[in-house]
Ligand binder design. Structure first.
Ligand code: ADP
Length: 406
């Protein structure tokens, strides 16, 4: 069963849908592209910052080591305190430093504990370490260790900066994409608008001849009854089509009133009786008195469209069942049915699922719009080849008029 929730089936909804699809695709690919660029940029910067740090730390470490060697060569013997004093006075720029003997005991150290004494450069616990080894143990110093803890912070700042730039670029691309999408949709909108204008102008010209035909038929006397009925059925069918087309374009304020929906169904069925008879359709009606609060033209358009579709999409000898019970209207036919894949689309304007039987593809869109306006739940059950049932559930009647539907 297809439940048609409150969806606006007007041009802007097509636009919105296409725009959303376009934007999703566009922004999705922009996001992936920006993420890849951002990642590569971050990795590239991280590697160069790391090697710059390594280079600087190694350089500083070697400078300290050579200063110790020079001191050891100048002064053959130094006591423990003087060595400590000398080591603490060595300038070593912005790094923390530690001097360790062969057994890895500190001689002088600004570093808490050193994880490993592996030479060269390594990162551990969010810090960078450089270890310079002096195998000759000048002044008893075997390892010069430098420690730095700012690099990870710098990475973090770089990451935030890149994410910030990415978000900004993404938003910018989103705005550009939105306007691009609207630009591409413009010709489609223009085409549909011109189609609307064409139909509005054409239907305007139809009113007078249709009314004239209907009036003339009434006054015809010396004519075979069968031929007269056929003429009348065709003229009424034209009139129903005309009413739907003008309803679509008129958009004028309608008077909302209390109506007996069962009576309106009877009236509309009576109006197209000749059409039903001309196809020899079996019509069954079970109508419970039902009060509704809506505009008469809307109620008529609702029934006319469902009924004329049922007649149109039935073959000769098929049957139509109309039931109105517990505020649920069912228009069931044993006609050609609707393909599962088309069930949602046929409610869109100008959408048709059948090219053999004439039409404009606006009837069901009108039905959907009216249902939407009056909060009527619209459902469709159909199977290709076995007929269709349109189910309309009316909201609770809240009025208090004295209208009697018995
Ligand atoms: P039209 O009948 O003018 O094409 P509608 O908007 O009334 O336009 O219907 C849209 C499409 O839905 C039709 O082209 C037809 O394929 C399908 N349809 C509507 N009602 C029925 C029905 N009772 N049985 C089978 N198909 C239907």
């Amino acid at each position: 069963m297809t439940t048609l929730k409150e969806r606006v089936i007007v041009l802007t909804s097509y636009e919105r849908k296409s725009l959303i699809r376009f934007l999703a695709l566009y922004l999705g690919s922009v996001f992936v592209l920006l993420a890849i660029i951002g990642y590569l940029f971050f990795e590239n910067n991280r590697t160069s910052m790391k090697s710059a740090m390594k280079f600087e730390m190694m350089y500083q470490g070697r400078m300290l080591s050579s200063k110790i060697i020079m001191k050891a060569m100048k002064e053959k013997k130094l006591d423990q305190n003087t060595t400590k004093h000398f080591l603490s006075s060595l300038k070593h720029c912005r790094f923390s430093v530690g001097y360790f003997d062969k057994e890895q005991h500190p001689i002088y150290s600004e570093i808490g504990s050193v994880g490993q004494f592996k030479p060269d450069f390594y990162m551990q616990n969010n810090c960078c370490y450089t270890v310079i080894e002096d195998p000759s143990d000048h002044l008893g110093v075997h390892y010069v260790v430098l420690k730095e803890h700012e690099l990870l912070h710098a990475f973090q700042q770089l990451r935030i900066k890149i994410i910030g730039y990415l978000v900004l670029s993404f938003l910018l691309m989103g705005v550009v994409g939105y306007f691009l999408g609207r630009l591409f949709l413009h010709p489609v909108r223009e085409q549909i608008e011109s189609l609307d204008r064409f139909i509005a102008d054409t239907t305007h010209e139809l009113n007078t001849p249709i009314s004239a035909i209907l009036m003339t038929i009434q006054s015809l006397k010396d004519i075979d009854e069968k031929k007269k009925k056929r003429l009348e059925a065709s003229a009424k069918r034209l009139h129903v089509m005309y009413s739907s087309l003008t309803y679509r374009f008129e958009g004028k304020e309608e008077k909302i009133e209390d109506l007996c929906f069962d009576k309106i169904i009877e009236e509309r069925v009576g109006y197209i009786r000749e059409l039903i008879d001309s196809k020899r359709l079996h019509l069954e009606m079970m109508l419970e008195p039902t009060k509704v609060h809506m505009a008469r033209t809307s109620a008529e358009r609702l029934i006319d469209n469902l009924l004329s579709n049922a007649v149109k999409y039935c073959d000769v000898g098929d049957s139509i069942e109309i039931t109105l019970r517990n505020r649920v209207l069912m228009v069931k036919d044993s006609g050609i049915g609707i393909d599962e894949t088309m069930k949602e689309d046929i409610f869109k304007r100008y959408k048709r699922a059948n090219n053999e039987r004439g039409g404009f593809g606006i009837g069901l869109n009108i039905v959907l719009r009216i249902c939407r306006q009056y909060r009527i739940k619209l459902e469709l059950e159909s199977e290709k080849g076995s007929g269709s049932t349109f189910i309309l559930t009316f909201p609770k009647y809240k009025g208090s008029s004295a209208l009697q539907c018995l």
